[in-house]
Design a protein around this ligand. Sequence first.
Ligand code: GLC
Length: 476
Amino acid sequence: MNNILFVASECAPFIKTGGLADVVGSLPQALKQYEKQEVRVILPLYDEMDEKWKSQLDYLGSFDVELGWRTQEAHIFTLTYDQIIYYFISNDYYFSRKGIYGYYDDGERFVFFSHAVIEALKHIDYKPQILHGHDWQAGITIALANILQPVQDMKTVFTIHNIKYQGVMPLDIYEDFFNLGREHISGMEWDGMLNCLKSALFHADKITTVSPSYAEEIRNPYYSEGLHPMLIDRKADLVGVINGIDTREYNPSSDPALFVNYRSARSKKKENRMKLQKKIGLSFEEDRPLYVIISRLVEQKGLHLIQHILDEFLEQDIQFIVLGTGDAEFEGYFSDLAHRYPDKAAALISFDEQLARQLYASADFFIMPSKFEPCGLSQLIALQYKAVPIVRETGGLKDTISPYNMLTGEGNGFSFANYNAHDLLNVLNYSLEIYNNPSEWQKLYKNVTKSQFSWKDSAHQYVTIYESLSRELVYG
Ligand code: GLC
């Protein structure tokens, strides 16, 4: 039996800002199918978490956490949801705040959390053989697990969901936050700074990231955010495992958010679209294809490419809707665009899960031209709702979407390679050409309905990783 403890800063359905929460929420469920693996999850207890969950928490105990010359108290709570046990660590000073990230002392907050996780191992009735940390917020947990060995023979796995965020702080905080000898500084330091992500890359027994292509890309300076030397060094222990999605949760034939449920019938998608247009007050023409973007409105998502060419693409007989929030630059751009094309384009500047699902159900095409994309979950959701993805060939987008080929009739979407606006425009025009060609469109649509990215295969790959680590334990 493998006891595995996930360490992360967010997890659906309790607290979520992005794809990390979906993965930390759904992977333990998928691993549950394997008899020999038990996964539990440990998270910070944020004020922000819904009362619905807070009211279900059971108190387990309190303990002190030493941070350099200071002592902070931590309280630990637990709840069970869908047969998985979750632990929550609370501390008013660090986590009783609005939202979950974005504070000047985020680094310190998650260094505290990491120390508290290690300490909590003495107070919970669960001894993991494998500690599996996710993203920089769990990075120091991995380092401390290796240095302090809180559980005998415990191994560590660290997953990079996005290398752009590393948890970087001035090095002189080392004395303030750690009660460790100076010999441990070099494992945590990068470029003269204390770096939480690098600490994990240095200390973890195995490193994973969320797609095979991203595992290759991050060994290259264009994508590595400065860390390629570390990843080249650890190449033998680095693997890419593509994320799955929860196909029960994202299922158009049962999703209660939709106006009309469907398996793949295009007429039903159209019905959803008519109802959605009514709901948001749009009077778009019925028979034009609908292109959508559903995204955080940030540079990573390739929105500068969109800005360059969308006016030109809107000269075609199409419609466009964007849903999301983010940087003022992009929110402003899309609002203005919608203003200029009132009968063709709409901008829904909000974060609204129900509306997102209604939009996936309504869309013919889903555009995601990311500059980089470790895995990307939205293109997988789009496939589930039969919206044809149009993506840039990077990271997980490259590994999940294959471009439609008229000669062979293969492919489940459209893609382009270079980060170049006109390459995007060309592929958008090509997608429209296929849409207007009924026999080609039918073949493509059929391929889309057959594409599925459930967790099954990927969960199995994690099991293989866990088992290889426990075998090392047994055979040395
Ligand atoms: C991050 C990445 C995204 C990935 C998600 C889950 O949000 O940017 O590509 O799908 O983590 O791993």
